[in-house]
Write a protein that binds this ligand. Structure first.
Ligand code: SAM
Length: 162
């Protein structure tokens, strides 16, 4: 598989998982959490498929397309290591959906991010909330659920907050 093929498959899996997560939480109240704004592509997708939800975005260095930057009330700036444990002060209700796209070329930093998110994210979520993630999240409060058809295991991850 070429790198182009691999990139396209990853983004296709990402979109399919976000769409599936949005479908599952249709009847669950609560905001959406976006961990890692990046270019703002998935933030833009989330706001287009969930237009009535508040979306809180965590990012340490905003460099997204200007159209894809949330207002100050919805941007939680700083490193996840500091912002996630204190995020309940900013988020008005338990979240119904979280998306964590926090991987990078640095395997150690990525593993640290995943461990932090797995430990600190569940308390911000409502029971029945769904997490979509680019990294595996290992925590007993997050139960893996089936991936959409066509998404290979390990390519993306979906969890239910139990
Ligand atoms: N989903 C985004 C999109 O569609 O454009 C791409 C996200 S990009 C892969 C990962 C983002 O997470 C980067 O913008 C990076 O700055 C941010 N990030 C990574 N580790 C972080 C950390 N520890 N704290 C805060 N932000 C972090």
């Amino acid at each position: 598989m070429s790198r182009l093929d691999s990139f396209i498959r990853r983004l296709t899996a990402q979109r399919a998982c976000l769409d599936r997560a949005a479908e599952i939480i249709r009847d669950l109240d609560g905001p959406v959490l976006e961990l890692g704004l990046g270019n703002g592509r998935t933030y833009d997708h989330l706001r287009s498929i969930l237009p009535d939800r508040e979306i809180f975005v965590f990012e340490r260095k905003v460099a997204a397309h200007p159209d894809c930057i949330p207002d100050d009330a919805h941007l939680i700036s700083g490193d996840l290591a500091e912002t996630l444990p204190r995020a309940a002060e900013r988020i008005p209700a338990p979240a119904a959906l979280a998306h964590a796209d926090i991987g990078s070329g640095d395997a150690e930093a990525t593993a640290r991010n995943a461990a932090r998110v797995a430990a600190a994210l569940p308390v911000l979520l409502a029971p029945g909330a769904v997490v979509a993630a680019d990294q595996p999240l290992d925590d007993p409060r997050l139960r893996p659920i089936d991936l959409p058809e066509g998404v290979a295991p390990g390519r993306y991850h979906l969890y239910l907050r139990v």
